[in-house]
Design a protein around this ligand. Structure first.
Ligand SMILES: NC(=O)c1ccc[n+]([C@@H]2O[C@H](COP(=O)([O-])OP(=O)(O)OC[C@H]3O[C@@H](n4cnc5c(N)ncnc54)[C@H](OP(=O)(O)O)[C@@H]3O)[C@@H](O)[C@H]2O)c1
Length: 275
């Protein structure tokens, strides 16, 4: 693989946590070029990814690290300019956008305007701007389907479908219908936006790309990353590699037809999270 017809995969951000696990698994389990982003220390992140489990040293040509901070749109457009230049005529086959920060507010009195604004900027505006700059890389309805690997591929490889997938990390706590405990105002509200962005973007793709590309939102479960550090020990958690592996398999199995679940939010078990 590796020719333009097979497309490229993108994970943003991939510096740590779930994004790192997704990038690692895409390097280990596919032959696609993998573009990963970090806000800083791109060389270090690249080295960590190349020395992580399952990734052989020969994969270095497939991995490109680019600097993106979603609060600075110019870094997003610089990323897409680089992609256009370095991967000419190569469509986006699998995108995972995951920027997320948590500002914990237990009561309205604890809401801090600057911290809440930053949550919205990273968790809601971040995915919106990524979508703005990346959407043109997704195949149009007239584009050829992606070639798929044959059935002889081994079990530890990910078999990607012939359409493109644009996945955005939401969170179960962004679901209004699931909200039974309150709190976390800015995180909940900013992640609720991701459900809406996904549906709206998918409606755009239904027209522009038909069954050649879909958008979907994800909930990873409660995962042992820096994000949940203050709750470690208190409850059972998934490891990032488990959650990323389950989500990748789920994404690869999601059909592109309108009844198949596109435009909605799915968790790591493949169960729907309603908005
Ligand atoms: N862990 C869970 O249980 C859980 C549950 C539900 C949803 N999620 C969602 O899953 C996603 C990944 O979470 P995680 O658990 O992997 O968290 P994490 O380990 O804390 O990673 C957060 C990531 O977001 C990046 N980030 C923060 N601000 C950014 C910005 N301005 N621009 C670009 N990237 C930025 C961080 O980059 P730096 O390394 O540069 O800081 C880091 O890569 C988040 O959207 C989170 O809301 C996680």
């Amino acid at each position: 693989m590796g020719s333009a017809a097979h497309g490229f995969a993108l994970v943003t951000p991939a510096s740590r946590g779930l994004g790192f696990a997704f990038a690692q698994q895409l390097l280990a389990q596919t032959e696609l070029p993998v573009i990963a982003t970090a806000r800083k220390n791109c060389n270090e992140v690249r080295e960590q990814l190349l020395s992580s489990s399952g990734v052989s040293r020969g994969e270095e040509k497939r991995l490109r690290l680019l600097e993106v901070d979603v609060t600075d749109e110019s870094t997003i457009s610089a990323m897409t300019e680089t992609i256009r230049h370095e991967y000419p005529n190569t469509p986006l086959r699998l995108a995972l956008t995951l920027p997320g920060i948590l500002s914990v507010e237990k009561s309205p009195a604890q809401i801090d305007s600057a911290a809440a604004l930053e949550s919205f900027q990273v968790n809601a505006l971040g995915p919106l701007l990524l979508m703005k700059h990346l959407s043109s890389f997704l195949p149009k309805r007239s584009a050829p389907a992606f070639p798929t690997t044959d059935s002889s591929s081994s079990e530890d490889k990910l078999t990607l479908p012939s359409h493109a997938i644009y996945a955005m990390m939401a969170a179960r706590v962004g679901s209004v219908s699931d909200n039974a405990s309150g709190g976390w105002y800015s995180y909940r509200a900013s992640k609720a936006a991701v459900f809406q962005l996904t549906k709206t973007f998918d409606l755009h793709l239904r027209t522009r790309s038909a069954e050649k590309a879909l958008a979907v939102a994800l909930h990873p479960g409660t995962v042992r990353t820096d994000f949940t550090r203050e709750f470690w020990g208190g409850r059972e958690m998934l490891e990032p590699a488990d959650s990323a592996g389950r989500l990748l398999k789920f994404l690869a199995s999601l059909p592109p037809d309108v009844q198949g679940g596109r435009g909605r939010c799915w968790d790591w078990k493949g169960e729907e999270v309603y908005p």
